[in-house]
Design a protein around this ligand. Structure first.
Ligand SMILES: Cc1cc2nc3c(=O)[nH]c(=O)nc-3n(C[C@H](O)[C@H](O)[C@H](O)COP(=O)(O)O)c2cc1C
Length: 336
């Protein structure tokens, strides 16, 4: 769609924009979304009629995320956080995703609407501030099927597949795929340099993965392979207990930036709902970032559907972790 045509559409459909304080509060919550390496790869442009979401090309991670999938999924998670926060204020929103095929970095246009979308659960708003990526080992208690069933039903409403991988052989195959992808990435000096640049961050950093959020070292029975972020793992009170984690694999029928955005929205919906239940989670995307292992997962695990996100969920142990840092809104929001 041309800019001119888009402007015309907007003039026809919208007369007023969002209430300023409602939108500011929603944007503050949107940027709490998880993002690959905490790169926060989003830009928001406030317009008289609403707000536009763009990817920030300067925050691409070309060696970790060569296709830009993780980047768009991170923005999708932020979009879902925004819609939940707007809904909590009683504000509906009309979203046009990828409104201009010639400008794939323009991910969404969000405008006020009279009614909140039935698939946006305003009750998730409190989970936004409590959710953390938790790389500590989980407790030995299994995640009940009612909980994973609730998460699968949410994904289904968004048109995204969610498989709960319980078959031991398939889980083993996925663990091996993550390890193989990790070996491929670690053999690439540019990947290693990129990971080092975005992690091991000291207190006071505004982005990147903090040094005190490294994964707990291996050796725990049932533990899934994790990305080797450098630094110190947070302490865990229960040691030696085997980990019981649910493994959730999100997939889409086609593979396009629109589907990546939707998968990011579902990632947010799943992680926030899990937080509300009392579960913790961490994304594990390495096997889906490397071509060979991604193809393996598609052909042998998702039955030809395109794998987009792998999530590990379980019962957390220890104190809740402090929030990871974010850039101030002034750095990511362009006013009208
Ligand atoms: C698309 C995407 C991919 C991610 N991949 C991984 C991963 O492979 N391993 C990991 O430990 N965390 C992964 N994360 C989690 C981020 O590192 C985390 O969201 C970020 O550091 C901010 O921390 P927070 O989620 O606690 O706010 C991923 C997050 C997203 C959105």
């Amino acid at each position: 769609m041309s800019d001119e045509r888009e402007r015309a559409d907007v003039a026809m459909t919208t007369t007023t924009g969002f209430d300023e304080s409602v939108l500011n509060d929603a944007l503050r919550r949107a940027v709490r979304a998880p993002s690959v390496h905490n790169s926060q790869p989003w830009r928001w442009h406030i317009r008289p009629h609403g707000v536009d979401l763009y990817t920030d090309a300067t925050r691409r991670l070309p060696r970790t995320d060569p296709e830009g999938r993780d980047q768009v999924m991170s923005c999708g998670a932020a979009l879902h956080h925004l819609l939940v926060a707007l809904a909590d204020a009683g504000q509906g929103a009309r979203v046009r995703r990828l409104p201009d095929p010639d400008r794939p970095f323009h991910l969404a246009t969000i405008e006020p609407a009279p009614d909140v979308d039935v698939d946006i659960d305003a009750g998730l708003v409190d989970a936004i501030d409590r959710r953390r990526t938790d790389r500590r080992p989980f407790r030995a208690w299994p995640v009940p099927p009612e909980s994973t069933g609730e998460l699968a039903a949410i994904a289904d409403r968004f048109g995204v597949g969610l498989a709960v991988v319980t078959d031991p052989r398939t889980r083993h195959q996925l663990f091996r795929a993550i390890e193989e992808a990790g070996r491929t990435q670690d053999a690439d000096p540019a990947y290693v340099a990129e990971l080092a640049a975005w992690s091991g961050r000291a207190h006071g950093a505004r982005d990147g993965v903090p040094a005190d959020r490294a994964p707990t070292p291996g050796g725990i029975p049932g533990r899934m392979p994790m990305r080797a972020f450098p630094g110190e793992a947070p302490p865990v009170p229960v040691t030696g207990e085997p980990e019981s984690a649910a493994l959730l694999l999100l997939s889409t029928a086609t593979d396009s930036p629109l589907q990546w955005l939707r998968a990011g929205e579902v990632t947010s919906a799943v992680l926030l709902t899990a937080t509300r239940i009392g579960l913790a989670g961490s994304p594990l995307t390495q096997a889906l970032e490397v071509g060979g292992t991604r193809t393996f997962v598609r052909d042998h695990v998702t039955g030809g559907a395109h794998p987009q996100m792998l999530l590990r969920l379980g019962w957390p142990q220890g104190e809740s972790l402090p929030p990871t840092p974010r850039r101030p809104l002034e750095d990511v929001v362009t006013p009208t």
